[in-house]
Design a protein around this ligand. Structure first.
Ligand SMILES: Nc1ncnc2c1ncn2[C@@H]1O[C@H](COP(=O)(O)OP(=O)(O)O)[C@@H](O)[C@H]1O
Ligand SMILES: [Mg+2]
Length: 350
């Protein structure tokens, strides 16, 4: 396939993030016109997964999912976050048609899952909870079973093992694999039929930090080099914040946040404060008001929303000019984990 066609096809299937466009433009020697066309495609975000109004209950009067609206942009790595029992696995099972939809709409690649399940599943690789592999067989013997099931070429086994960095495991039995190796073998099985969407339920659960890093690097590579859209669930923000481009947060069966990771970070910044301690906080308040800063006094300390660094220098100068001694200027930032916990706790008390 000519390079340019490969690039165009990848890009129309994905959201075409700016860096991916630049990467393909460079690789494919795109002309300015085609580059602009691709930017136009980016402006019309396409979604690999879109749900709305999804409710689900296992027993009457006890809904486990309430109005789940997921939007997974094609080409993204979407982190589906929430504490244990929030409803992540149930949602992912619904996306794969493993449990029957009760209410709402589930579109995968713009098609309703209930009418196009087989066609859709041909393009999805999934790993829901622990992968089931035979311990007494080797990695490639295990994949042979999946390859026959998927009816894909035998050559895919070696390719998939290479992708997940298990090509050198030879005659080693899977029962002797580390948990990280087993998870990567599960991902290799999910990749055999070359899907464009991967759905992974807590693939880093129970892994040590090194195993987690290996999975993160592998998923980044699959996304960036192969253009695969990835939905990955986790109950720990810290495990996936370095990986994902987008995130949806679920708590008690309800979505409490959805957007880019950057928009979650902006929430963090807007929740950040600058704390000042001076020899005369009341007089300092007047000085800061003249600089149009929104001031309050919390626990005897002056508090303002974090300004630009030039303003921090200026307010310090103005306070000193007004003969006020400045003992402390302290930026206090909420970490992402705190923002995450606050979002989750919103529904606890709802
Ligand atoms: N097959 C089932 N039958 C009854 N209740 C279930 C079933 N599967 C999950 N649940 C309940 O649904 C809720 C959400 O579970 P789950 O989707 O597994 O959450 P998560 O994956 O976020 O930990 C939990 O309260 C769980 O006990
Ligand atoms: Mg789960």
């Amino acid at each position: 396939m000519p390079k340019i066609l490969f690039g165009m096809q990848q890009l129309t299937q994905t959201t075409c993030f700016a860096d991916q466009i630049a990467h393909f433009a460079e690789k494919s020697y795109l002309t300015a016109g085609k580059f602009l066309l691709l930017l136009y495609i980016k402006s019309r975000t396409m979604y690999s997964v879109q749900t709305s109004g999804v409710f689900h209950h296992f027993s009457e009067n006890d809904p486990v999912l309430k109005d789940i609206a997921l939007q997974v942009p094609s080409g993204s790595i979407y982190g589906f976050l929430g504490p244990n029992g929030a409803g992540k696995t149930t949602t992912l099972r619904l996306l794969l048609g493993l449990i029957k939809k009760q209410q709402g709409s589930i579109l995968i690649f713009d098609k309703p899952i209930e009418n196009h399940r087989m066609e859709i599943l041909r393009n999805i690789g999934s790993l829901i909870e622990m992968p089931s592999m035979y311990g007494h067989l080797t990695a490639s013997e295990n994949l042979r079973i999946w390859q026959q099931l998927y009816q894909c070429p035998y050559s895919r086994i070696a390719k998939a093992l290479e992708t997940v960095d298990l090509a050198n495991t030879g005659t080693k039995k899977v029962s002797q694999f580390s948990l990280g190796m087993k998870q990567r073998l599960g991902i290799a099985a999910a990749l055999l039929h070359e899907p464009s969407l991967l759905i992974l339920d807590e693939p880093t659960n129970g892994l040590d930090p090194y195993g987690m890093m290996e999975i993160r690097d592998l998923l980044k590579k699959l996304n960036y080099e192969h253009g695969i859209t990835i939905v990955i669930s986790s109950h720990l923000l810290s495990e996936i914040e370095k990986l994902v481009t987008h995130t949806g947060i679920i708590s008690h069966g309800q979505m409490v946040f959805q957007g880019t990771l950057d928009s979650l970070v902006s929430r963090q910044l807007s929740a950040s404060k600058l704390i000042l301690n001076t020899s005369n906080n009341l007089q300092a308040t007047d000085v800061l008001k003249l600089l149009q800063l929104d001031t309050s006094i919390e626990n005897g300390m002056l508090t303002i929303p974090i300004p630009e660094k030039e303003m921090i220098a200026q307010l310090n100068r103005e306070l000193v000019k007004a003969n006020i001694d400045v003992y402390e200027i302290n930026p206090v930032q909420k970490d992402l984990e705190t923002i995450f916990m606050e979002l989750i706790n919103q529904t606890t008390h709802a």
